[in-house]
Design a protein around this ligand. Structure first.
Ligand code: GLN
Length: 480
């Protein structure tokens, strides 16, 4: 706790936190843990930071948005209750892109989070949207942190900051108390310094929650566990190399690190199998239709009446003759959030629905079946097992980069158009659309270049079949 407090003071300039824990309170809580019933729990006395879109009663929860200015939840998210129940100490709330919409932790109403790394003296992007959580862990301001991953928001910042980012299968960790961005994709994940720490937290959080309607039932959990025990019996892995992830946008460093990693795994006795996931090329477009559509519906509740910010003056803004609702939302949401609301409202409108939303749902199914066709394990969510062909490549796991390039400088990010920004998620959204467990592990960058600056590693992604989270973690431990 002492070290975490010192680091928080030392690295305050990186803006990893929106709110930090009071030093005396957390020291007292730490003293109470010593000799308590928690002794022996893997999380007892560990400092854990929480992304500021996960609600807490001890701290405000703002989602880095003005619309939730100083909002304080009357209840804790289930994941927070479970952590404190295991003796963890919550050391603050971390920064994010407003409502999780973005890839570089640049909220408009608060400060941008900076990576601890630099290139030619220039600050680099920490990735996003869980960039605050990633930087808090990378700099020792917290032992570990929770993030959320809708389309890559845990994995991308992990890749950019040299930390481990784990997005479990959709539905394994409770979303109760997680501010919704796109419900069908939102997943709570962890940022840690090692895969072992990710497993420690996952084991505490991984259980059915009746408060979350999409929490996986015990039946599916047992089925998944039963299957994955079988998949771990043979220690020689069949590793799939998704050829469609080898896009022209991959930087030479990323491609080289990927192929060196695969060669070393082959040398260790595992076998490599090129696989094709043809719908990958449509996945990004489908994601950027579906996520904003769900977001436009989720954000409708911020109307100035029930939560946070409310415009000043009477019910209408007299100058602009705007109703309270519109004036509050115009002031409370930043430009990217407004863009997503407009996009989503449009693709859900009656004249556009069939062309966008319905098509994107179809692509999502194709992405899922691409994955089912390459994994040896059947998808425990599919009833019609027989439909899954057994003559595919039957791989245990897929390994691919997390991000196409090394982290850009914040100055470079400034110049990107929204669509260029969205392109960065091309390697992370397919696993999100299919709800698969995915882990980003830092792999040492061999002979660093001037391109790399202070960056010492490249994030490599391990993707497993739905429910095969334990194998994903085991493979992560082999390659970290
Ligand atoms: N960058 C993606 C987006 O803006 C992913 C964000 C996330 O996973 N929360 O939607």
């Amino acid at each position: 706790v002492q070290q975490c407090l010192e680091r928080q003071a030392q690295y305050a300039g990186l803006n990893a936190f929106v709110t930090r824990a009071n030093a005396t309170q957390i020291q007292d809580a730490a003293k109470a843990i010593v000799d308590s019933e928690f002794d022996g729990s893997s999380l007892a006395g560990r400092t854990i930071a929480i992304k500021d879109n996960i609600v807490t009663t001890d701290f405000p929860t703002t989602a880095s948005s003005k619309i939730l200015d100083a909002y304080k939840s009357p209840y804790n998210a289930t994941v927070v209750e479970k952590l404190t129940g295991a003796g963890a100490l919550i050391c603050g709330k971390t920064n994010l892109d407003e409502f999780g919409m973005g890839s570089h932790t640049r909220p408009v109403f608060t400060s941008t989070t900076q990576s601890p790394f630099k290139r030619n003296g220039e600050a680099l992007s920490a990735g996003g949207s869980s960039g605050g959580s990633a930087v808090a862990v990378a700099t020792g301001q917290a032992w570990a942190a929770l993030g959320t991953d809708t389309g890559g928001s845990v994995r991308l910042p992990a890749a950019y900051t040299g930390t481990v980012g784990f997005k479990p299968s959709y539905g394994r960790l409770s979303r109760w108390g997680v501010i919704a961005y796109a419900n069908s994709l939102d997943t709570v994940g962890t940022l840690t310094q090692s895969v072992e720490h990710a497993r420690d937290i996952f084991n505490v959080l991984d259980s059915f929650d009746p408060m979350d309607p999409t929490s996986l039932s015990e039946i599916v959990r047992n089925e998944a566990e039963y299957q994955s025990i079988a998949s771990m019996e043979d220690k020689r892995l069949r590793i799939g190399i998704p050829l469609d992830y080898n896009t022209a946008s991959l930087s030479p460093e990323v491609r080289r690190t990927w192929s060196q990693l695969l060669t070393s795994l082959q040398d260790a006795g595992h076998s490599l199998h090129p696989v094709s996931l043809p719908s990958t090329h449509q996945a990004l477009s489908a994601y950027y239709v579906l996520a904003p559509a769900e977001a436009s519906s989720n954000l409708a509740k911020y109307d100035g009446v029930r939560y946070g910010h409310r415009t000043t003056g009477p019910d209408a803004n007299p100058k602009e003759n705007m109703p309270l609702f519109a004036a509050t939302r115009g002031e409370g949401f930043g430009p990217e959030v407004q863009r997503r609301i407009l996009l989503g409202a449009y693709t859900l409108s009656s004249e556009a629905m069939d062309n966008y939303f319905v098509q994107a749902q179809r692509v999502r199914r194709l992405v899922q079946s691409d994955f089912d066709n390459v994994f040896a394990l059947p998808n425990p969510l599919l009833d019609l097992r027989a439909e899954q062909s057994s003559d595919g490549p039957n791989v245990d796991i897929l390994i691919a980069p997390t991000a196409p390039t090394l982290p850009p400088t914040l100055a470079e990010v400034e110049k990107l158009s929204p669509v260029e920004m969205y392109m960065n998620d091309v390697l992370t959204v397919p696993a999100s659309l299919a709800g698969l467990p995915a882990l980003s592990v830092p792999v040492k960058l061999q002979n660093g270049s001037t391109e790399a600056g202070d960056v010492k590693s490249i994030g490599m992604q391990v993707i497993g079949q739905f429910g095969d989270d334990e194998l994903v973690l085991q493979v992560g431990q082999i390659i970290e």
